[in-house]
Design a protein around this ligand. Structure first.
Ligand code: SER
Length: 873
């Protein structure tokens, strides 16, 4: 065995191809950018898709890379097997070599053979060629001949398969026949018969896939030829590492073995102790890499899309740790070790370290709050399941909704006990919840019952011609009047979309005139002008003059373009992970929601404001144009897959830095925005922050409002505004002087009162009920009484403010009495506690009604003879 470190293996592989004129291309991120791409980068070829498809000329003809990959969603999804299988991973590294219309099978196949079987001196890995098997596609005679004739590979270890030898990136995208290379782990592991034998998948393990990318799979399933034949190979670094290390488990070689060690020390479990423990250790090691790289590449935990997969992975790891009895946080240590281990090969981990740690720590903590309770609920729900029954879907829903257990995680733990979750019931609850949410939204009244009529208008007339980017007024024909809404064939009114609110204004025909109070889409494409204050009649077929409220629209435009500038500034200051989550652009303010894991500091807000205002004052022009989606991507437009855009998109270049897809209305140059001021920053959910800002006249109005508040404040304390701070300080000083005076007066009053009480002493003992504002006041009085000549003991009771009871006992040091003892019974009588202390005891109580009786009790206790006399007072 030859236990290479992961780094050595990476170097050996790319070195081999580098010396064969391949350009070494660094790993791309895990969020792929091609429109056909699946959710995550799942293989080494993904960054090169535009070259395979001929959409872009390849900048090099040959490339080699070590690409980070995640298979945790979509076509290639290995998530469920993680931990149980010694070979499956949700994160792995793919070693690959690529040809873009350059070499083909005749080179690719012999090179693979050489790299695997040559000894180290000739740049190979030194594997025993007799233990390799090969498969080729049923249609691909060329591949088989090359294996036999050029390589000299024995024909009896080559098998021809159909589907298994045809690799596809996803439901759509490049694809082609493949030739796979397998390692034979030997007869101890399983029956013979080669990789074609489905019984022996553990014995023959695929280590390298050579794909001959020649086709494009379209959405309708059809195949078309690619402009050139290409080569795309992928070898799992972890699998080859395991073969070299002489183990069948990828968890026992290279970086992963180190991470399993970390998992052992963090959890205190050892491999081999129990099946569940082993699953947990392997799963934690695997998932740590996945979550670390996903966050580093810009994914944040969320309830949908990529963020959901990430959340599920994090929570699954935490729950597995919990299941083997670990209740402290495990992920921060794991993530740190992963970064230390892998940052040399993936420098992105260095710059993202704080982000990754912060996000994952928080997510673990957040789940930690409900984990124990949720686990209990889950386990007892599973305990209740009788043979052949399913686990309650409504419990699964509660786990999801209240305890933050992703459904898949619940299912998986049910599965561990051979139990299925009642998905129908779960889905029914989900649907109900969605309906409740929808009903809540509908109450706002969008008149959506008329959708059918708007759809008919769309079919009959096509979409409303929106002319509002260039015109504030337009002459149009009335196509329909539906309830309180008017539909025109063309309009300057922007319909609410993309966060920008709808326009207001007027519509006038020869017979009528109405205010437009809002504009929305009846159905996408048909502008629905919501009218009010109709005078006369507006009739179908009439010519109408439609005019928007120009001032309002100008304010909206300023806010909308400002939103783009802010988005840019946020990404500069906080990082590229900042992603727009929603926005509301109105005339008086803009609201921008974005992904970020922490509150913004005052400093950060100031820097963001400064950056945005600088950009605005630079006054660069704003360009808003239509183009193809591909062009937009080329321009670096910020757009996220999952967003729905047609083939033609509208791109907004706001100044020199901000390029985004946007259909809104915008200013012509950044200076038109005027000043921008952030007015609030808050959290609106996990990892989502909200900023509100004002632009144009907004900051001026705020300034004025603040000025007038200051003026009012200054007038209230009678100083000029400029002296406000001094004036306030002086008032505060006066106040504290007065307070001191009050205290000293109180003390004098107390000592007079003490004198009076002292004169009532019987036998040097005073027991009395007094008036006081606080327990401290009672205490002060008791102390000052005790210092009067001839006083041995003082017990005072009061009910400060009529609520509760304060009891204080103070005795002279030579009195032979114990203060605490004096009042211990009395304290109980007033329902209180406290009151220990030899010289001084103070206690509180709840029941003022018992105070007199309690004091009477004390009197009797100290000097039984005086009790009767005092009680007659
Ligand atoms: N694209 C192929 C795979 O992922 C070979 O790189 O297996």
């Amino acid at each position: 065995s030859n236990d290479m470190s992961s780094n050595e293996l990476r170097r050996a592989f790319v070195g081999f191809f580098e010396s064969r004129a391949h350009v070494v291309v660094p790993s791309a991120g895990l969020i792929p950018h091609h429109p056909t791409a699946p959710m995550f980068t799942n293989s080494g070829m993904m960054p090169f898709v535009p070259y395979f498809l001929g959409e872009e000329p390849a900048p090099y003809k040959r490339a080699t890379s070590v690409q980070r990959c995640v298979r945790a969603g979509g076509k290639h999804n290995d998530l469920d097997a993680i931990g149980r299988s010694p070979r499956h991973l949700s994160f792995f590294e793919m070693l690959g070599n690529f040809s873009f219309g350059d070499y083909f099978q005749a080179e690719a196949i012999p090179w693979a053979w050489e790299l695997l079987t040559n000894d180290a001196a000739s740049g190979g890995l030194g594997l025993d060629g007799d233990r390799l098997w090969v498969t080729c596609h049923v249609s691909d005679d060329d591949a088989e001949s090359i294996w036999v004739d050029s390589v000299g590979f024995p024909r009896d270890r080559i098998q021809r398969l159909d589907k298994d030898n045809f690799w596809e990136m996803g439901d759509v995208g490049p694809c082609g026949p493949s030739s796979e290379i397998f390692w034979d782990y030997g007869p101890d592991v399983g029956p013979g018969g080669g990789p074609a034998n489905p019984e022996s998948e553990h014995r023959y393990v695929e280590i390298w896939n050579l794909v001959f990318q020649r086709y494009l799979r379209a959405e309708d399933g059809s195949l078309t030829g690619l402009p050139t034949p290409n080569v795309d190979t992928g070898a799992g670094l972890e699998r080859i590492g395991a073969v070299l290390a002489g183990t069948a488990s990828v968890y026992e070689a290279g970086d992963l073995a180190r991470l399993v060690e970390s998992a052992q020390s963090v959890t205190g479990h050892r491999l081999g102790e129990s099946e569940l423990g082993d699953i947990a250790l392997r799963l934690i090691a695997d998932h740590t890499r996945t979550m670390t790289f996903l966050v580093a590449d810009g994914v944040l935990p969320a309830n949908d899309d990529r963020g959901y997969v990430l959340r599920r992975i994090i929570r699954r790891a935490v729950r597995f740790a919990y299941l083997i009895g670990v209740t402290k946080a495990v992920l921060p240590t794991m993530v740190e070790q992963c970064i230390d281990l892998m940052a040399p090969a993936y420098p992105v981990l260095n710059s993202a370290r704080d982000l990754v740690l912060g996000v994952i720590e928080r997510e673990e903590e957040r789940f930690g709050h409900t984990l124990a309770a949720g686990s209990q609920l889950l386990d007892s729900a599973l305990d209740e399941v009788t043979d052949g029954e399913r686990m309650s879907g409504s419990v699964a829903f509660t786990l999801h909704d209240t305890y933050g257990f992703p459904l898949e995680v619940t299912q998986e733990f049910a599965e561990l006990r051979g139990i299925e979750v009642d998905l129908n019931a779960f889905n029914a609850e989900m649907t109900q919840q969605r309906e409740r949410a929808r009903a809540a939204g509908k109450a706002k009244g969008t008149g959506s019952d008329d959708v059918g009529r708007y759809a008919e208008l769309l079919v009959e007339h096509g979409p409303t011609d929106f002319v509002g980017r260039d015109h504030n007024e337009a002459t149009a024909t009335v196509l329909a009047v539906i309830g309180d809404a008017v539909v025109l064939d063309r309009t300057p009114f922007y319909a609410e979309s993309g966060g920008q609110v709808g326009d207001t204004g007027t519509i006038e025909t020869p017979t009528g005139r109405a205010k437009v109070i809002d504009t929305r889409f009846g159905v996408t494409g048909i502008h629905r002008h919501v009218i009010a204050d109709l005078v006369g009649e507006i009739l179908v077929g009439q010519t109408a003059t439609a005019s928007i409220d120009v001032e309002r629209r100008l304010a909206i435009r300023r806010n909308h373009t400002a939103t783009h500038v802010l988005h840019w500034a946020l990404r500069v200051v906080l990082g590229e992970h900042v992603k727009q989550q929603g926005s509301l652009v109105g005339p008086d303010r803009l609201r921008f929601d974005f992904s970020h894991f922490d509150a913004l500091s005052d400093d950060q807000i100031r820097i963001i404001e400064d950056l945005a205002n600088h950009e605005i004052l630079d006054n660069a022009s704003v360009r808003h144009f239509e183009t193809t989606k591909a062009e937009a991507v080329e321009l670096g437009a910020i757009a996220f897959f999952g967003d729905k855009y047609g083939d033609i998109v509208r791109v907004l270049e706001a100044g020199r830095h901000s390029v985004e897809l946007c259909g809104g209305t915008h200013v012509r140059a950044l200076g038109d925005i005027g000043p921008i001021k952030i007015v609030s920053e808050s959290s609106i959910g996990s990892n989502v922050r909200r900023l509100e800002a004002v632009t144009g006249f907004g900051p001026i109005a705020r300034l004025r409002a603040e000025e007038s508040k200051l003026a009012d404040a200054a007038a209230a304390i009678g100083v000029p505004v400029d002296d406000l701070l001094d004036g306030i300080r002086k008032r505060l000083a006066d106040l504290s002087e007065l307070r001191d005076e009050v205290v000293s007066l109180r003390r004098q009053v107390a000592s007079v009162a003490a004198g009076d009480l002292a004169s009532e002493a019987v036998d040097g003992v005073v027991v009395a009920r007094v008036e006081a504002e606080s327990r401290d006041e009672v205490r002060d009085l008791a102390l000052s009484l005790r210092s009067q000549p001839g006083i041995r003991a003082v017990v005072l009771g009061a009910s400060p403010g009529g609520k509760g009871v304060a009891l204080v006992a103070a005795v002279a040091p030579d009195s032979g009495l114990d203060a605490g003892d004096l009042i211990s019974e009395a304290v109980k009588m007033v329902g209180g506690g406290g009151g220990k202390g030899a010289d001084l005891a103070t206690a509180g109580g709840k029941d003022p009604g018992q105070l007199d009786a309690a004091l009477e009790y004390v009197r009797a206790k100290i000097s039984p003879s005086s009790a009767a006399a005092a009680s007659t007072e």
